[in-house]
Design a protein around this ligand. Structure first.
Ligand SMILES: Cc1cc2nc3c(=O)[nH]c(=O)nc-3n(C[C@H](O)[C@H](O)[C@H](O)COP(=O)(O)OP(=O)(O)OC[C@H]3O[C@@H](n4cnc5c(N)ncnc54)[C@H](O)[C@@H]3O)c2cc1C
Length: 551
């Protein structure tokens, strides 16, 4: 099967299971590894939740909640079985096909569906979010909900070149934006910080970026990788690692309900799901409808309406699938709720709290969260009162959901240096993994060599034995056909010949082997016992002879 065909089937399989790459399995595609269960990204302060996009905050937390099911409790951490593949609950998913030491060299291509810059200038330094598409030639297959790593040329924060990898959630479905399974798209927010704690451009040094934004009058910190990506143009090289991530995969049940909570670029994995569910040929059913039969409900939080990402696509789904697609967004710096409060994602969700709560009682409902830290506390804010009304404790309910089947992404935003440390650990882990894979490969090779050598030795021994057997048979046959060598006058010889004196026969051949000759000691050779004679058959060293004597 060609790479593109693999990629093309992946998307469908993530939803419905059963294809060449993904073996059919349990209804949920993935759950948190055992050691991560319950280790949801720490809920940040209420202030954090209340101001999700303040400052230079980025995609910070990616988490997914899913309703508990009986089978989910028995699931265990996925194990890497072979290179480039991870087995997640019995299914193989693409995994770290490319590592920081051996990345895939792709090319930036023209976006099919969006302009590179998705947002409009809001006046904030970090206003820009880009949609960038890379050609991977079918070499980097992935499934919805996974991430890839990008290696920028650098220099990185400590001067390293190239820079350490940065992870990005994949924003395209498995088949890619143009559905040829050869591209991958990202949704990347350009990190630009003015006069902050860190700077990599002194006053007067900052030049306008690709979007034309520059800050020559400030000390500027430009994020190493996000600026590298946002400044890319078609034809540019890009170093890709991965794919990775098994925590945010779609459930296989086509009737599952998908609730998506996204802030900012946290929309990336949600876009990847929605493309499969509502757009791609891979998600279409034979009757012209969609394979997906459940409800998908997206709540999105952004600071400005100018930063509402992929709104055109969401409106399109709303128009085409009014019974299956719901879309609500909160624009925190522009909208207010009825009580005059700023509209954050949890404020918007609170408007539908009853409906959402009811949906969450259904075990087919999966809740995916991706974006800023504080979303979890936002959920608590939204569902705490309604849970209480239903006689339940939200914290316990959420914990149970997570414990049983929640997909937990790591917290991405923390104290200064936290993200760096996290990335460093990730890099090391990937390196160790690739090293250990290399060691395992070496071990395997050595094993193979050993097996080969012993097989050769066995063959050789067998061949030698065969040859010997053959030549013995030949000799035996030959000698049998020749008859016995006769030695005349034995009694006379016994009397006349002193010990250790011998008689030698003529040289002769047995079949093709020889020459041979017989040596007879009538009164024994030097080593013989008294009263015994000695008889020797001499021949070439290389010939093994089995002989029977009759004297
Ligand atoms: C699983 C995952 C998925 C992600 N998905 C996306 C996505 O879809 N879209 C997206 O835009 N991002 C995503 N991210 C975040 C992304 O990986 C990067 O962290 C982000 O783009 C910033 O990288 P950068 O190189 O531009 O910034 P960096 O150069 O890494 O700067 C980041 C921060 O480090 C600070 N800093 C600078 N110097 C120092 C120093 N010496 N010590 C300590 N701190 C310093 C800066 O002030 C800045 O705030 C994801 C992260 C993860 C882990």
């Amino acid at each position: 099967m060609s790479q593109s065909a693999v990629g093309a089937t992946l998307g469908a399989a993530a939803l419905l299971g059963g294809c060449a790459f993904l073996a059919p399995s349990t209804p949920h595609a993935a759950s948190a590894p055992a050691h991560l269960r319950g280790a949801a990204p720490g809920a940040s302060s209420a202030a954090g939740a209340a101001a999700p996009l303040a400052g230079a905050a980025l995609l910070a937390t990616a988490a997914a909640l899913a309703r508990p099911t009986e089978s989910a409790t028995t699931r265990r951490a996925a194990a890497v079985k072979k290179k480039g593949v991870k087995v997640v609950h019995g299914k193989e998913i693409p995994w770290n096909l490319f590592t920081p030491k051996a990345p895939y060299a792709g090319k930036v291509i023209e976006n099919d569906v969006h302009p590179q810059t998705l947002t409009e200038d809001t006046g904030d330094a970090n206003w820009e979010t880009c949609h960038v598409t890379f050609d991977h030639g079918g070499k980097v297959p992935y499934i919805e909900g996974q991430s890839i790593g990008i290696i920028a040329p650098g220099p990185d924060k400590k001067g390293e070149t190239p820079a350490r990898i940065r992870l990005y959630s994949i924003a395209s479905s498995a088949v890619g934006d143009n559905q040829n399974s050869k591209t991958v798209s990202l949704c990347v927010k350009r990190v630009v910080e003015l006069d902050g704690k860190f700077a990599n451009r002194e006053k007067g040094e900052d030049k306008p970026d690709k979007a034309g934004t520059g800050f020559p009058d400030n000390q500027v910190y430009r994020g190493v990788c996000s600026n590298h990506i946002c400044d890319m143009s078609p034809g540019d090289d890009v170093m890709i690692t991965g794919p990775t991530g098994a925590e945010m995969l779609l459930p296989e049940d086509p009737e599952a309900n998908i609730i998506m909570l996204a802030t900012g670029t946290g929309i990336a994995p949600m876009r990847s799901y929605c493309r499969l569910l509502f757009h791609d040929d891979a998600g279409a059913s034979a009757d012209g409808g969609r394979k997906f039969k459940g409800l998908a409900w997206l709540f999105m939080g952004v600071p400005y309406s100018k930063s509402l990402l992929y709104d055109d696509e969401h409106q399109e789904y709303k128009k085409n699938f009014p019974d299956q697609w719901k879309y609500d967004y909160a624009v925190s710096r522009e909208d207010k709720n009825a009580a005059g409060q700023k509209m954050y994602i949890q404020t918007k969700m609170a408007e539908y709290a009853d409906e959402l709560w009811e949906l969450m009682q259904d075990e087919k409902t999966h809740v995916y969260m991706c974006g800023l830290k504080g979303m979890e506390s936002g959920m608590a804010e939204c569902f705490g009162p309604i849970a209480e009304k239903a006689g339940k404790d939200w914290a316990e309910f959420a914990k149970a959901m997570k414990k049983e089947a929640m997909r937990v992404e790591h917290s991405l935003k923390g104290p200064d240096g936290f993200e760096d440390a996290l990335n460093e650990i990730r890099n090391k882990l990937t390196d160790i993994q690739s090293d250990s894979q290399r060691t395992a490969k070496l071990d395997r090779l050595q094993g193979e060599v050993k097996r080969h050598v012993s097989l050769q030795a066995e063959l050789l021994t067998k061949t030698m034995k065969d040859i010997l057997k053959q030549s013995t048979t030949q000799i035996w046959d030959a000698s049998a056909s020749k008859g016995a060598e006769e030695i005349d006058g034995i009694p006379n010889l016994l009397q006349k010949y002193p010990r250790a004196r011998s008689l030698e026969s003529e040289k002769f051949c047995l079949g093709a082997n020889g020459p041979f000759f017989l040596q007879f000691y009538p009164n024994g050779d030097a080593q013989s016992q008294t009263g015994k004679c000695g008889l020797f058959l001499w021949g070439p060293d290389s010939v093994y002879v089995k002989a029977r004597w009759a004297l």
